[in-house]
Write a protein that binds this ligand. Structure first.
Ligand code: RIB
Ligand code: CA
Length: 304
């Protein structure tokens, strides 16, 4: 039985790889892609989502635009990592598909309410849409099988010294999500920094020679610029888990998100050693089979 999947995303180069991986898996049925402001403003990431799906040739996937800003703070974007167009300067053709006439949260609610199967949500951007769904429609949350979230870190950060980007953009939303009671698999920097593609992996992708792999290679060239120790496939982890959970090793823990700290705003407090009396509300991944993940991405891109 295929998993019914919603991808909430801010494409974004690593989001693009994650979307390609999801749309080529025989284990996943991606019904809806929702967009949120994050790497770039929501108009741009929505245009990118439409172009990425068009590039794959996959049909029947609704694409709904969502949050244009975080719940409370002003938007913080990441053009320096993803390029001004969000895809590393790779220009993709426009398709005919238009964005849904429904807001992302409404589209999520409708899909989750009407789905016979419980729905998996892959959240690979700031959690503004997911938190808004939780606030607006508490009665459907039991129809969500699990949230597979890319974000946070037990140690360190990439937006600030203590905060990972997705959590830092909207900490208030993240705190709502982690305390919603929905089962959560979390892929923070501790594991995504091990989930890297090396230059030889990118050269293998470049050698595939189809329209999607060519675009992916071009995006990865931009994303990798200047890095020598491999390029983290942050968002692909949250998708790969749904395809093959055995790729990852998890620790059950309580996760909270700092929303008041002057220097720690957006930090995820991942209590992996159970030092607090707070109840377990997530499982956080700390190890990954990097070789197999790289192979999965290669096989996905080769299938177009
Ligand atoms: O910290 C990595 C996350 O921030 C990824 O989702 C990447 O796309 C950016 O959104
Ligand atoms: Ca992302």
């Amino acid at each position: 039985m295929k998993k019914t999947v919603i991808i909430d995303t801010d494409p974004g180069i690593d989001d693009a790889i994650a979307i390609f991986l999801a749309l080529t898996s025989e284990k996943l049925d991606v019904k809806l892609i929702t967009t949120t402001a994050g790497n770039l403003p929501v108009e741009k990431v929505t245009s990118n989502a439409l172009k990425l799906v068009h590039l794959t040739g996959k049909k029947g996937i609704e694409i709904a635009k969502g949050a244009r800003k975080p719940l409370i703070k002003t938007l913080f974007t990441a053009e320096e990592f993803h390029g001004e167009n969000g895809l590393g300067g790779v220009e993709l053709p426009e398709g005919n598909q238009k964005e849904s006439r429904y807001h992302a949260v409404e589209a999520m609610k409708d899909l989750i309410s009407n789905s016979k199967e419980k729905v998996h949500i892959v959240a690979i951007g700031p959690l503004t849409n997911v938190a808004s769904l939780i606030i607006a429609y508490p009665n459907i949350l039991n129809r969500i099988e699990q949230l597979s979230i890319m974000g946070g870190a037990y140690e360190g950060g990439n937006a600030t010294p203590t905060a990972e980007f997705n959590m830092y953009v909207d900490p208030e939303a993240a705190q709502i999500v982690f305390n919603s009671g929905i089962p959560i698999a979390l892929f923070g920097l501790d594991v995504t920094h091990k989930a890297v593609l090396f230059q030889e992996d990118i050269e293998k992708i470049r050698g595939i020679g189809n329209r999607v792999s060519d675009a992916a290679a071009g995006m990865l060239d931009f994303y990798t610029k200047g890095r020598t120790n491999g390029m983290p496939m942050h968002d692909a982890c949250a998708v790969a888990y749904l395809i093959n959970p055995d790729l990852f090793t998890f620790i059950p823990c309580n996760v909270q998100v700092e929303t008041k700290g002057e220097f720690t705003y957006g930090q995820t407090i991942i209590d992996k050693n159970r030092l607090s009396d707070r109840p377990i509300n997530a499982k956080a991944a700390f190890e990954v089979d990097r070789e197999e993940l790289a192979s999965m991405i290669y096989r996905s891109l080769s299938s177009f």
